[in-house]
Design a protein around this ligand. Structure first.
Ligand code: ZN
Length: 294
């Protein structure tokens, strides 16, 4: 790892510059903002350390609050759950953007998206880096999941759709990841990326509070240990275009708080922030639909 002039060890994967502005400095890591708007965790752990953390996160060692999520999005999921209906809406959008039905979900979570896609008539499968997550999804939903690194995956014949929900921010190299997606899509095929939106009221608030004395704990809660890159609608769009996609749509949405375990006061505060963010276009998630040109 070579330190650059200002101490940053990462080059921005969107614009190639060296980020110089520190938003927060926490113990062994810095949260830097590049001039293009991308926010990076520096230093970036090794690819092996990142893969290991994904396993820890899946086993619930990293984030207690996501345990219930894994339980809720198994085979007993509620059809009217907001996460379920949001996935179904996104699948409907994908169905309008391409006539093909061969879909690969990268980083499957519980396997719910692949399951919902198959129920809606897609020829859907998944690829997952974490053995335990892949095995659990196969067992839970009886869906085809390959284990391994997406960037090394051989997909004969090409794909009509590649989905990655809450994945890109976990990757070692987001640019290489999107390039791998483009190569695996047929011409006219569609990429779906959903990530946290850094240009959101929740992050703006946390960045302010995180800089007051004693507020660092708020930054630690939001900048979780296994997210390494924080996108905005603009930086995600720029990266997708730069690697050769045509951007079809960029949507913003809020997460469903119902499955997160948190203190009631924090939940009430977050719910208020999310309501205001919806009114101001500063929702906490960004969803991109982009097409490989024909
Ligand atoms: Zn940049």
């Amino acid at each position: 790892m070579t330190a650059t002039r200002n101490g940053a060890t990462r080059i921005c994967p969107v614009c190639g510059a060296i980020p110089t502005r520190a938003l927060h400095v926490r113990d062994h890591r810095r949260i830097l903002r590049c001039g293009c708007g991308l926010v990076l965790i520096d230093p970036l752990p090794s690819a092996d350390a990142i893969a290991e953390r994904e396993g820890e996160a899946f086993r619930g060692e990293l984030m207690d609050e996501t345990k219930e999520m894994f339980a809720a999005y198994g085979r007993n999921y509620r059809p009217d759950d907001p996460v379920v209906t949001a996935f179904q809406q996104h699948l409907a959008t994908l169905g309008r953007l391409t006539p093909g039905r061969r879909l690969l979900d990268v980083g499957i979570g519980t396997g719910l998206l692949v399951h919902l896609a198959r129920a809606a008539g897609w020829e859907a499968s998944g690829v997952e880096i974490c053995d335990e997550a892949a095995e659990r999804a196969r067992r839970e939903f009886d869906i085809p999941v390959r284990t391994g690194d997406f960037a090394a995956l051989d997909v004969a014949g090409g794909l009509d759709v590649i989905t990655m929900a809450d994945v890109l921010e976990h990757t070692h190299d987001p640019r290489a990841f999107l390039e791998a997606a483009r190569e695996r899509l047929k011409p006219g095929g569609v990429l779906y990326v959903a990530v946290p939106n850094h240009r959101s009221l929740v992050f703006l608030t946390a960045d302010l509070l995180g800089r007051v004395p004693g507020g660092g704990v708020i930054a630690d809660r939001l900048y979780v240990p296994n997210h390494y890159t924080y996108f905005t609608p603009a930086t995600l769009t720029r990266l997708a275009r730069d690697v050769g996609f045509e951007v079809a749509a960029v949507e913003r949405e809020n997460p469903y708080l119902g499955r997160y375990q948190m203190h009631p006061v924090i939940r009430a505060g977050l719910a208020t922030l999310l309501a205001v963010s919806k009114a101001t276009g500063l929702e906490s998630r960004v969803v991109l639909f982009a097409r490989r040109p024909i």
